[in-house]
Design a protein around this ligand. Structure first.
Ligand SMILES: Nc1ncnc2c1ncn2[C@@H]1O[C@H](COP(=O)(O)OP(=O)(O)OP(=O)(O)O)[C@@H](O)[C@H]1O
Length: 260
């Protein structure tokens, strides 16, 4: 398939007053063209920080991120290109839309920013809303006039409308109820097949995403501790932490253990 994105030796700490929080330590990862990769770990293990560094929203202390071989690390001056090539879908879709704009206008705005003419942007918006299972009339609704699941469909439509090379979904289903979670995962799986897009799915719940991922990386306390084919990881976890993550996800048991 060939590498789309590679990150090498990523480190990040935050300062909170006099405290130093080590969020990510020496993380390296690779996402191939057309590949769907899961990044799984419990809350606070550093998943969103990795996503922020990959999208150049967060500057790493060390390490490099390459997109198609070009350095896109924050500060490398290539952020503008990254905005289009890597799109993110977040946990709270309503918060990611401007409440004063209709969903359609928000999507159109992004397309116009890419240099697309207004009428073409309108047509594309309706097309992508349709692809995400929303009727055309939803283009005229405001974020507060749709359900959480519908709003997440619209935010996915907005993300894919600019034809990104990589779609990152950061806990994109966590705020939704179980049935809607499954529908959104099915939608991502469908879009990924139809658009041959690379995806990074970030979740604390391996049970939710493993079926649509080609590969899953397990993250614990700022490090990637396991990386492999989902069925292998689920049937033969190498780390005790991974085992407890799987048990928690599939058996709804309490968290236990950590990195071995
Ligand atoms: N801006 C910040 N300032 C200080 N500490 C931060 C900041 N952002 C994250 N952290 C800390 O860095 C660590 C990693 O956070 P991060 O949000 O990357 O984890 P996560 O796995 O994505 O968690 P969640 O699944 O809950 O979103 C945590 O200990 C968190 O408290």
């Amino acid at each position: 398939m060939g590498a789309l994105l590679t990150a090498t030796g990523i480190c990040k700490h935050y300062r909170v007053g006099r405290e130093r929080v080590h969020a990510v330590h020496d993380v390296s990862l690779r996402i191939d063209r057309g590949e769907c990769v899961g990044l799984v770990g419990e809350s606070g293990c550093g998943k969103s920080t990795v996503a922020g560094i990959v999208t150049s929203l967060i500057q790493a202390d060390a390490g490099r991120v390459l997109l198609e071989g070009r350095d896109i690390s924050a500060g490398s001056g290539r952020r503008r290109n990254v905005c289009t090539a890597i799109q993110m879908v977040f946990q709270s879709p309503a918060d990611s839309f401007n409440p004063r704009l209709t969903l359609g206008d928000s999507i159109i705005e992004g397309l116009i920013n890419q240099g697309i003419a207004k009428q073409e942007a309108r047509n594309l918006t309706l097309e992508y809303l349709g692809l995400c299972g929303l009727p055309k009339t939803f283009a005229d609704r405001y974020p507060h006039q749709v359900s959480g699941g519908e709003c997440q469909r619209a935010s996915i439509a907005r993300a894919i409308a600019v034809q990104p090379k990589l779609l990152i979904c950061d806990e994109a289903t966590s705020a939704l109820d179980v049935t809607i979670q499954a529908q959104i995962i099915d939608l991502i799986a469908k879009l990924r097949r139809e658009l041959s897009m690379s995806c990074l799915l970030i979740s604390h719940d391996i049970a939710l995403i493993w079926e649509i991922c080609d590969r899953v990386m397990i993250m614990c306390e700022g490090e990637i501790i396991e990386d492999g084919i989902p069925s292998d990881i689920i049937s033969h976890p190498k780390q005790e932490y991974t085992r407890s993550l799987i048990e928690a996800a599939f058996l709804s048991s309490a968290w236990g253990g950590c990195c071995s």
